[in-house]
Design a protein around this ligand. Structure first.
Ligand code: ZN
Ligand code: ZN
Length: 232
């Protein structure tokens, strides 16, 4: 403990987002207060934060069309959280992964005991070559350690090299991602699976992966993302 204090004094931590000197690991207090952490009340199904204190359990979208999976996200994706994510994804920012994964671990506590297996959203091999690492696998590994559950990186393969989904509409994304995944090893029968991804935009990717897993016999699909887009 004493040694740790000396090391911290010599090499102080810096804020993961703005790089100012920071006494604790993670974000400095200025960056922390800008991040919109998602807390209750939120939709029991998709985790979307409720703006008004509603009495219902589900948001309008989930009431109309119940998703195939239960989703939780740690923060709202916006101008304040996106620099952190971009740094993590494209800027060799793997040192940010523990912070993100720890925040993600906090929001899955409702169903953590139920999880049998963790699967990160896989990247297509060409994408992996270009990016050098699968950012979701980094997060999945740390979450797995945190909750003491096994992680599998090879069971699901992405066989379609879907170009960036960035500016596509939801229906275009759904079409684009259709049949993108195959299960390598079919041993997921009756398993409750936690899918891990960094950002949840329209949900087309996790929806397609859930469909593939459920069709192969998985029992229940959960998903956790660091950030999610909250529209409306
Ligand atoms: Zn900062
Ligand atoms: Zn919902």
């Amino acid at each position: 403990m004493f040694m740790r204090k000396i090391i911290d004094f010599i090499i102080p931590h810096t804020c993961l987002k703005c790089k100012t000197i920071n006494m604790d690991y993670g974000l400095c207090s200025d960056c922390f207060k800008d991040i919109s952490f998602i807390t209750a009340p939120n939709c029991k199904s998709c985790g979307k934060p409720f703006v008004n204190k509603t009495k219902g359990k589900y948001c309008g979208v989930c009431l109309r069309n119940k998703p195939k999976y239960i989703l939780r996200s740690a923060v709202v994706y916006n101008d304040n959280s996106s620099p952190l994510i971009l740094k993590f994804k494209h800027g060799d920012g793997t040192h940010i992964a523990p912070y993100m994964a720890n925040e993600m671990t906090k929001v899955i506590q409702d169903f953590v005991d139920d999880i049998d297996l963790i699967i990160p959203v896989p990247l297509h091999k060409f994408r992996l070559l270009k990016r050098k690492y699968n950012q979701s696998a980094y997060l999945a590994k740390i979450i797995g350690k945190n909750i003491n559950k096994p992680c599998d990186y090879t069971r699901v393969k992405r066989i379609k090299n879907t170009a960036s989904q960035g500016n596509k509409s939801f229906s275009a994304r759904v079409k684009n991602i259709r049949s993108a995944f195959v299960i390598n090893n079919a041993n997921i029968k009756n398993k409750n699976i936690l899918i891990v991804d960094d950002v949840h935009t329209t949900g087309a990717t996790i929806n397609e992966l859930s469909k593939t897993l459920l069709n192969s016999g998985a029992k229940q699909i959960y998903a956790v993302c660091f950030a999610r887009v909250v529209s409306e």
